[in-house]
Design a binder for this molecule. Structure first.
Ligand code: HEM
Length: 528
């Protein structure tokens, strides 16, 4: 770690000119004599640079550091309430906060200011961004199931050249708008099945089914299977295949346990704790169940193997055409790992917010009926003609980003917010706290989708780094286009079919495992 001696030696060199927020001194003048090594490069002006020790934050105690704060009973940091923990850190310490001395893991430095978030994200442009996530998944992919994953283990929990190689293989196909557009029919079909199922399961008074969130999970799983496997799983049928629920449960178990394994002292590295065992079982289930589907999808595709790849070729066909079956399978596992709970949390949150805000719901209904008619289908061009629909989703994800924080591990010593932060530290972007501040979004606590409409943005543009629900840069969400397509389509269909109300006690938001309303989502759904 770069200690006071390192930054003092930097200060002795005098200030360097500022280029925007970040300075990249030439190698000949930039090499600090820091403990991080002679090859460390500094970003940021060294004028007024303060030492890492001076970054404000809760004080670690001897032996347990700050880890005790995550312990039951004595600690006050609850993983499921990280929103409140982070609001508290921001209130108490300001825009940059260090949580140091965490047993078995690097320090975390939280940044709550959009300019600082921009600085760190932009600084990574020339590097291979490392998202500090999931050493436990890394252990699964590169240790326990190395036989299956091999060297190219996907993008989740993979870093450096291996990440770049895999991401390069799949990102062009995944992020092309025309690829997502090919799925409008399949996604619309899935949204229709969801609406029909909800209609069937409603009580005579219109109450949503008791485990509505599980029904939402099924919609999400069915949607991702259409994208990743070209398969119709039948999750929304009356008699879904047995492994469907097993897959949903496994993904949920994976997410429920990953936070515990990462933020609490990593005892799993010493012996297999019950949490670790449940986590590995869940990952094995996900790998095995998806293997079955992948094999079937590949068999079906083999028949068309020699056919020319037309413009309508699916994601799976395109990946198979340019790479191999293993790449397609590993990609599918990654998409299943992160593409189910994220979209179901976002849909739960969107329906809940619309039910709480009848005025905005009516405005959206007006737009949907204008573009689709009372029972018309969603098409690619119809989606482009529904700005209020897009604004509603943006506003939901601004106020309640389902991934409440994101991060990068610094690969070089970096000046952030005037402090010299050593290489290896995890910078955590607390999107939830940033995007709920009045300084970026006036009346940030009010649900106002209008703020995202073009007229409003022209007059009062939002800070581009104040609300980043899908991340940023070379490592940003690779499924964004699919997520948006799925969510826009199903929200439009729900609003077209139902007037939604929520008349029960308000639901708190919790990180459970995504950031979403916690408790039974007891909406009342009146047929339109
Ligand atoms: C509302 C829904 C979703 C949200 C809010 C979301 C958010 C995110 C965020 C914040 C990241 C980290 C980005 C970064 O580090 O800069 C991410 C990464 C990722 N997401 Fe999503 N996501 C969603 C849905 C999906 C879906 C449906 C898929 C799959 C089709 C998907 C696939 C991925 C993958 C593979 C990565 C890792 C990318 C990499 O490390 O290279 N996501 N997502």
């Amino acid at each position: 770690m770069a200690g006071p001696a390192a930054w003092r030696s930097l200060l002795a060199r005098g200030p360097r000119p500022l280029l925007g927020h970040v300075v990249r001194p030439s190698t000949s003048t930039a090499t600090p004599s820091s403990a991080a090594g002679d090859d460390a490069v500094l970003h940021g002006s060294v004028n007024d640079v303060r030492g890492y020790d001076e970054v404000p934050g809760p004080r670690p105690v001897p032996f347990l550091g700050n880890s005790w704060r995550f312990l039951p009973v004595v600690g006050n940091y609850r993983i499921e309430q990280m929103d409140k923990v982070c609001l508290g850190l921001h209130r108490q310490y300001g825009d940059i906060v260090k949580v140091a001395g965490l047993l078995g893991r690097p320090d975390m430095v939280f940044v709550f200011d959009a300019d600082l978030i921009e600085q760190v994200f932009r600084g990574e442009d020339a590097l291979l961004p490392v998202r500090p996530s999931m050493p436990s998944l890394d252990a699964f992919k590169h240790g326990i199931r190395k036989d299956f994953f091999g060297d190219l283990a996907g993008v989740i929990a993979v870093h450096g050249p291996k990440w770049l190689e895999f991401r390069t293989r799949v990102q062009q196909v995944m992020l092309q708008p025309r690829t997502a557009k090919l799925y409008v029919g399949a996604i619309q079909d899935t949204a229709d099945s969801f609406v029909r199922r909800v209609r069937r399961l409603r009580s005579p008074a219109g109450d949503a089914p008791p485990d509505f969130v599980n029904e939402i999970h099924k919609w999400s799983l069915e949607s991702i299977a259409r994208v990743a496997l070209d398969a119709r799983l039948g999750c929304l049928d009356d008699r879904p295949p047995a492994d469907t629920q097993a897959l949903i449960d496994a993904v949920n178990t994976f997410f429920m346990n990953v936070g515990v394994l990462e933020l609490k002292p990593p005892l799993w590295k010493i012996f297999p704790t019950p949490t670790w065992k449940a986590y590995i079982r869940a990952l094995d289930d996900i790998t095995n169940i998806t293997s079955g589907y992948i094999t079937r999808a590949l068999d079906a595709l083999r028949e068309t193997e020699h056919a020319e790849l037309g413009p309508d070729a699916s994601l799976l066909q395109r990946v198979l055409a340019s790479h191999d079956a293993r790449t397609a399978h590993i990609l599918a596992i990654d998409l299943f790992l992160v593409g189910i709970d994220t979209t179901s949390a976002a849909l739960s949150s969107a329906l809940y917010q619309l039910a709480l805000h009848p005025e905005q719901q009516e405005k959206l209904h007006g737009e949907v009926v204008r573009v689709l008619g009372p029972d018309g289908a969603v098409t690619a061009s119809a989606l482009e003609d529904m700005p209020y629909l897009r604004a509603v989703l943006k506003e939901v994800l601004r106020m309640y980003p389902v991934v409440i924080g994101n991060g990068r591990t610094l690969t070089e010593d970096t000046v952030v917010g005037g402090y010299l932060i050593p290489k290896g530290t995890q910078i955590i972007f607390q999107h939830y706290v940033a995007s709920n501040q009045d300084r970026y979004f006036p009346e940030a606590g009010r649900f106002r989708p209008e703020r995202w409409l073009r007229e409003h943005q022209a007059a009062c543009p939002a800070h581009p780094f104040a609300s980043l629900p899908f991340g940023y840069g070379r490592r940003m969400c690779i499924g964004r286009r699919f997520a948006e397509l799925e969510l826009h389509t199903v929200v439009a269909k729900m609003v077209q079919n139902f007037r939604m109300e929520y008349n029960k006690a308000p639901l708190p938001y919790r990180v459970h495992p995504m950031y979403m309303p916690h408790g039974p989502l007891q909406l009342t759904l009146h047929a339109r």
